[in-house]
Each structure stands twice: as C-alpha cells, then as structure tokens.
Design a binder for this molecule. Structure first.
Ligand code: F3S
Length: 753
C-alpha cells in the first residue's frame, strides 16, 4: 500500500517503508514467536538481516537500516568532513543538516542571527556547499532547532532515524525511534553501511488519568527523571503507553521523549495515535497520516508485550515538578520547592527565566505561557526576572507572531531570541551577573549541568515546564507556588494566577514564515565544497594511524578525574563550538572542565616527565610529542551528556591509548571505539579509589582482545608494591577490527577500496 509514498514534502527520493518493515518484522516473528513492544517492532522491522540476526535485549548487537539521518551544524562539520574522507559521490540515506547551534544570544533574535551569519560564514558556506554536493537537505541559520524542524517536516510514525545530537529522541513524539549518535555513526549510515546498536532493554511507562491545571507534559519526564536518575535509562528505550497518552498533544509527547536523553535512555517513544495524525495534518503531511492509519496495528505494542521494567504514573495526581540545580534528576514537586530550596540554601531570587528551546517551544507551550503572562498583565504585572523566549522554529515564530502570543511576551517584558539553541547550549553572552556569582535561573530546557547555560559554575539552573518558568518570572522567586500562593496586583490586591490554557495546534494553521530551506541542486557535479587551507575553523581530516600491535606499558595517567565527567567536562561547548570542524584547535579544550582527583583543580595536572603542573591539553600534547601514550582514569557514567564525538576524537588526536572508567555512557563509549581509543571498565570498581594519579599502568591483553574476555591492568605506584586488577570491555568482533585499523572510518575506507 505504501509503495512510493513520500516521507515528506521536501524530498523526491525518500519513501515510507511500512510494507517492507512489516515483512521484515514478520520474519522475526516467525523466529521468536512472542509479542513485541512497539519499540521492538520498529527496531526489528529495520533489521539488516532479519533471518540471521541474534536478538536478545541487552545482549546482542543489532545491525539496522535507519530511514534517515539528521545533523546539527556543530556536529555536522566533523561528520561531513569524515564522510568526505570516505570518497563517495552522495549520501546513501536521506540526510538533513540544521544550522542552530552556532547562534549566540546577545541582544535579540534578528541582530543575533545577522551577527552569527557574519561570524560563522565560513562554516555555513562549507555546510551549504557540502550539502549541495552530497545531496543533503540544508536548513539555513534562522530556520530553527534541529529537533523542531525534524518534528515539523521529517518525523513519521514507525520510522527509525539517527541524529548527531543527544536530543534526537524528540521525534518520538511522532511515534518514531530517533536515536542520538556520534558523527561517526552518522557517517556510517550516510555511507549506506548498516548501523549497529546494542539491542536495548525496554522500560515501559504506563500513563493513566489525564493531565490538567498547572501540570504539563514536561512534568511527566521530570518525574520519570527523578525515579530513574541520570543513569536509569542507560541501554534502554523508554516506551510510553496507557490511557493517559491520549491526553497529551503530539508536541507534548515530543517534550517527554526529548528529555529522556537526561536519564541516559537510548531513546523514548509513544505509540501512534490520533493526536499524531492531527499534527501530521496540521504540518501538511496528511498523506503520511493516511498510510500510518492503514498500518496502525503495526504502530503500537502487541497485546501481552513484556517490559524489562515498568513504571506507572497517574496523571490525575501528578504534580508540577522543578528539577535541579546542577543535575536534571533532582526532582522536587512544586509543593515542596519552598522548603527544599531554603533547606539547601539555593538562591531564591530568580534572575533569568527562559522559555523555548528544542524541548519546549511548541505552539501549545507558547500559548500556555502567553496565557499566564497575559493574566499577569491583566493585573498590571510584568516579568520580574529577565524573560527570554526561544522559538523552536521559524514556523513557530511566525505563527505566534501572527496569533498574538509574541506581542504578549513583549508587553510582559520578554526578549525574543533567535530560532536557535542559544543559551541552552551555552551560546549566551550573559551580562546580568558576574562569573562566580551565586544566582538562580529557571528554564524550560532539558539539561542543567554546571555551567551549561552561561559557563558560570555558581549558576543554579533549574529545568521545569514553560508554565512554571513563566510563573517564577512573575513572582521573581523560586519559592513561589502558583497553585497555592497569591501575588499582589498593581493596586496591592491579592490574586492567584489562573491555570494556563492553550491550544495544541494553531486554529488558523501554521504560518511557515521566511523560507529557510536549501534543496540540493539538480546538477551537483558542478558544486565545489569550500574549505580554506588556512582556516582556523575547518580542517580536512587525516586518518589516524593503525594500532601498532602491542599492549600498553608504563603509561602515565594524564588525569584521574573525580566526580562527574560529562561530555561538557571532556570537550566543553560554549566558546569552543566554533572549532567543531577543526580537530587540532578544538583539542585545546580536552578535559579542561574535569576535576583532577589529585588536587581538586580543573585543568591542572602534573606532567609525569617534568613534574610540572600544566593544563590537560598541553600535558597530553607533551606526551604525544615524546611518543608517549597515556590513559585517563574516570568514575561512573563517564562521558554522560551529549553525543559529541569530539570528546572521543580529541584524546585520540592527542595520543591517548585507553580511557579506564568505572562505567561509560553508551554514546561516548561507542564514540571512543570508533576513533580507535580503548574504553575499558574496572571489573572491580573499588580499584578506581586505589589508583593514584601519579601511578603508571600497563594495559595487558590488547594483543589478544576478544569479545567477553577481560584485560589486565598492572599498576606501578610511585612508592609501594605493584598490584593488578581486571578490566572489562564491551567490544564485539567488528569493533575490534575498528580498533586494529586505527578507527572505524579507516576500516570503512579500506572496505570501499
Ligand atoms: Fe539545542 Fe538545547 Fe536542544 S542545545 S538541540 S536547544 S538541547
């Protein structure tokens, strides 16, 4: 039924594959003879080899054929540079690139965008020409945030997509499996190779009841994050189901899936329903909804499907939540916030309130926030805190401009920022507080690790719904609970804010706004990709050397990091974003945010040879230039946070051999393997405490590296006896080949030849 029905309105070479997916799944059904969850149906329907593939949740590595790839501009640079080095004429899987990460928020949308286009001209040019050359859809700066554009244009129920950004799961709001990966994975799929994923476990979240009042979809994921913590979703897909689902808008479901990244989940998804069909129609994709309706049985879990873990949430009793500071899983219900904030000494004065971002900038979010702002205005009040509004896309911006919400925000004192990531990724020239000054900000974003938004480690960032962000902005105080507390109007009379209201979809349809899309040209042979040799922002890649065939002996520990080591600690964002396409330059940020266990300082490590203290990247370079390999020792969930492969490219470029941690975040671990670094874990986690930063280590067993076989770490303390401990790894046979070749890309280029 679906032969040659387009996936979207932009491409004439991508089609819905429902029929084929069902056929592929049926082969697996014959073999496994059991009911499947919805996520399993999507995964197994996209298998490269449904007859031969081993399938055991949490154990096997699945080889998959994704329908699409999406890249944002910060990660696309390296992904495309890598794709170019494999020497192919065009991408083999439909791909889009989105310019959203490089726009710094300073004074307001239009001016910030113009400045960004000026500053990043070289990068945008490179991306625009490379996209034209390799048949990639290009969304220009100003078009919006990748996940919003994908939801509005490309996502469809039952699809499998990978994206080079950790919040790619946002598209789960349209019933697809959208998974955040590193650029190296994107390169594989762009080149037509199957993509590998460890068969995820499935966590079921059953929603009962109905959302109402101040409780918003965001509160579901804030609650789930509190239950599962930042590690609880690792290696799992979170699949929502139950009667409560129908009370959520499609974009509300997207919010929930988006922030599933914060619990480490592979992705999150919802079964196909009429709310999704309505959204598809509203975004001019009724033809996709028609096909999805025909395959509706395929687009939900089978009766009796089993989950590895089950959580139940009653939406009737769910309270609004505020999560933070410093970690997205510290969940506090609004009724407890006052008490908890005071107990912990969190600054209660809310300096800045930020709504929007990829997480929460739907028409519904904007309308509800505007209804609260309007209520305040009706009582003669404006925002007490600085209030910023980041629309997720040009379409959202144009629609709220037409429908009046934007005007309300402006009257309320709000500042409209560009349709881009801005403060969410640290692209924020914040001027209202000094670095180091303790202060509180609240946002409707998804992530609030230390320094994420404004590079100020003393900023206490809380994430919550746009509704509560707006309420906090009016009160200017974190202790305010709009469900119980009163405010004083301009005449001193007490009143309570009315519950927010807002339509899920615009009654007049979406206004597309300015055209910001660049389609690939008919004749792509005449296009030349622009990379200037003297550029400090783009650098054509040289392949890494293959493994030299030996174990590692007497390796210094570059740094033993203490506490959380997220990808923000390993390869900071903010000002460094501009070097995402230049490996040599961006390597100057390697681990500069990590805390050295020896002296509790960031970016101050002792050089093993000279005894002098210097920055981490300088010390690593010094080792590399001496021909000395090194290791890093780290704690739990090493590399949690984002999918950026720079966090893996940099140690490789600087001559690292292995990263030895208590445990790894999935994407970072795979990225390290792709770049030819060895990610190894302590079989006995207490060895982490015993190792000292100035020990040297031997990594033994690399020469006989095999799936499931532990390695040995021999530790030579400065003083005292040599001791040893076991190291585990998660390599499969193919990944071992990557390591031997020097990187996955080397292996791929060799296969091409
Ligand atoms: Fe951008 Fe923040 Fe989303 S950085 S993609 S808006 S998480």
């Amino acid at each position: 039924v679906d032969d040659k029905v387009s996936q979207n309105n932009w491409e004439n070479h991508s089609f819905l594959n429902y029929k084929k997916n069902v056929e592929t799944l049926n082969i697996v059904r014959e073999r496994l003879k059991r009911p499947f969850t919805f996520a399993e149906k999507i995964l197994y329907g996209h298998l490269d080899d449904p007859y031969g593939q081993d399938i055991e949740r949490g154990v096997s590595y699945l080889k998959l054929r994704p329908d699409r790839v999406a890249c944002q501009d910060a990660t696309a640079q390296m992904a495309i540079l890598q794709f170019m080095s494999a020497g192919m004429p065009q991408v083999a899987t439909p791909t889009t690139v989105h310019c959203d990460h490089l726009i710094e928020a300073q004074i307001g949308g239009e001016k910030d965008l113009a400045r960004a286009i000026d500053i990043n001209n070289e990068v945008y040019n490179f991306l625009a020409t490379a996209c034209a050359k390799y048949n990639i859809g290009f969304w220009r700066p100003g078009s919006g945030i990748i996940h919003q554009i994908v939801l509005e244009n490309y996502a469809f129920p039952g699809a499998l997509m990978i994206g080079t950004d950790s919040h790619t799961p946002n598209a789960g709001g349209l019933g697809m499996l959208a998974i955040g990966v590193g650029g190296a994975d994107a390169v594989d799929v762009m080149a037509g190779l199957p993509w590998e994923l460890k068969a995820p476990k499935i966590i079921g979240v059953k929603l009962t009841g109905k959302l109402s009042g101040w409780t918003a979809p965001k509160d579901i994921i804030l609650k789930v994050a509190g239950i599962l913590t930042v590690k609880g979703g690792t290696g799992a897909i979170v699949e929502y189901f139950g009667d409560g689902v129908d009370s959520l808008s499609c974009t509300g479901m997207a919010t929930i899936c988006n922030m599933g990244a914060e619990i480490g989940a592979t992705t999150s998804t919802f079964p196909y329903n009429m709310r999704m069909a309505d959204y598809l129609k509203a975004t001019k994709r009724g033809f996709v909804a028609e096909q999805a309706n025909l395959f509706a049985d395929h687009l939900k879990a089978d009766e009796g499907a089993e989950y590895d873990q089950l959580i139940e949430i009653d939406l009737n009793t769910l309270e609004p939540h505020v999560n933070g500071p410093f970690t997205p899983d510290l969940a506090t219900p609004i009724s407890k916030m006052k008490e908890v904030a005071v107990e912990n000494g969190w600054p209660t004065d809310v300096k800045v309130a930020l709504i929007g971002s990829c997480t929460n900038s739907s028409y519904e979010d904007m309308s509800r926030a505007a209804s609260i702002a309007q209520d305040a205005l009706n009582h003669g009040l404006k925002a007490q805190s600085l209030y910023t509004v980041t629309p997720g896309s040009e379409q959202i911006r144009a629609t709220i401009a037409r429908d009046g919400q934007l005007k309300v925000f402006e009257e309320f004192g709000g500042l409209l920022l560009a349709n881009a990531c801005g403060p969410c990724i640290g692209q924020w020239d914040r001027r209202d507080v000094k670095k180091g000054e303790k202060n509180t900000i609240v946002s409707s974003y998804n992530r609030n690790f230390t320094g994420r938004n404004d590079s100020n480690p003393a900023t206490h960032a809380f994430v919550t719904s746009p509704d509560l962000v707006t309420a906090f902005a009016i009160a200017g105080d974190l202790r305010f609970n709009p469900m119980t507390d009163t405010l004083k109007d301009k005449d001193g009379n007490e009143f309570m804010l009315a519950e927010p209201t807002g339509a899920g979809l615009p009654a007049l349809g979406y206004d597309p706004g300015t055209d910001t899309y660049q389609a690939p040209p008919e004749d792509r042979t005449v296009v030349t990709v622009a990379v200037a040799p003297e550029s400090d922002r783009l650098q054509v890649l040289k392949p890494f050397a293959p493994w030299d065939g030996s174990d590692g002996y007497s390796l210094p520990i570059l740094i033993k990091s203490k506490g959380k080591t997220t990808t923000d600690h390993i390869s900071q964002a903010g000002p460094w974003l501009k070097y995402r396409g230049h490996l040599e330059n961006i390597s100057n940020n390697y681990m500069i945010g990590a805390i050295n266990a020896e002296n509790d300082k960031a970016n101050t490590v002792k050089n093993f040879f000279t005894g002098e203290y210097a920055g981490v990247p300088d010390t690593a370079r010094n080792y590399r230039d001496r021909g000395q390999k090194w290791v890093v020792v780290g704690g739990d969930n090493f590399g949690e946070g984002s999918s950026r492969e720079h966090a893996a490219l940099e140690p490789r470029f600087l001559g690292g051999f292995a990263i030895i941690a208590k445990s790894f975040a999935r994407i970072h671990e795979t990225n390290l393997k792709k770049q030819g670094m060895l990610p190894l874990t302590f079989a006995d986690p207490s060895a982490y405490d015993k190792i000292q930063p100035d020990d040297t280590v031997d990594v033994i067993g690399v020469t006989t590296l095999a799936p499931g076989k532990n390695l040995k770490l021999v530790i030579h303390p400065k003083t005292g006896d040599v001791w040893e401990t076991e190291l585990a790894h998660t390599y499969n046979a193919e990944q071992i080949e990557w390591f031997k070749a020097g990187s996955a890309l080397n292996k791929m280029a060799a296969a091409q030849k």
